[in-house]
Design a protein around this ligand. Sequence first.
Ligand SMILES: [Fe+2]
Ligand SMILES: [Fe+2]
Length: 135
Amino acid sequence: MSRRDFPHWSDDCRIGLKAVDTEHQFLLSMLEHLNNVFRQGNKKNREEIATSLEQFIDYTRMHFRSEEDIMRLCHYDGYERHCQEHEVFISLAEGLLGEVQHSEIIQELEIINFLKNWLVTHFLQEDAKLNQLIL
Ligand SMILES: [Fe+2]
Ligand SMILES: [Fe+2]
């Protein structure tokens, strides 16, 4: 994937809650950084790839916690389901981190595409519902 192909943040990704949108935008910028590290593409930067992915996972965890706080505060009835999605994503991302750390071959494109597609789909299908909780 070239830098040009990487889907940047756009207004289409916006859900209308400023704090959440800001964190979503930052998540996509972290993925773009990870994509750039991947593109250097040699085994020497394996550690750097793992570090970038770990940072992405840490930030994602923090972001999920802030969404879960909003949902709890608002007694959101989709809370359990939404949290389950978060949990599944973190465990899949951790699986990919294990792959980066231990596999001989890293499937860069698949990893980036999976993370990006999951996130954007989740923004639009699940996070967008949070917009109706506040206001
Ligand atoms: Fe989110
Ligand atoms: Fe979410």
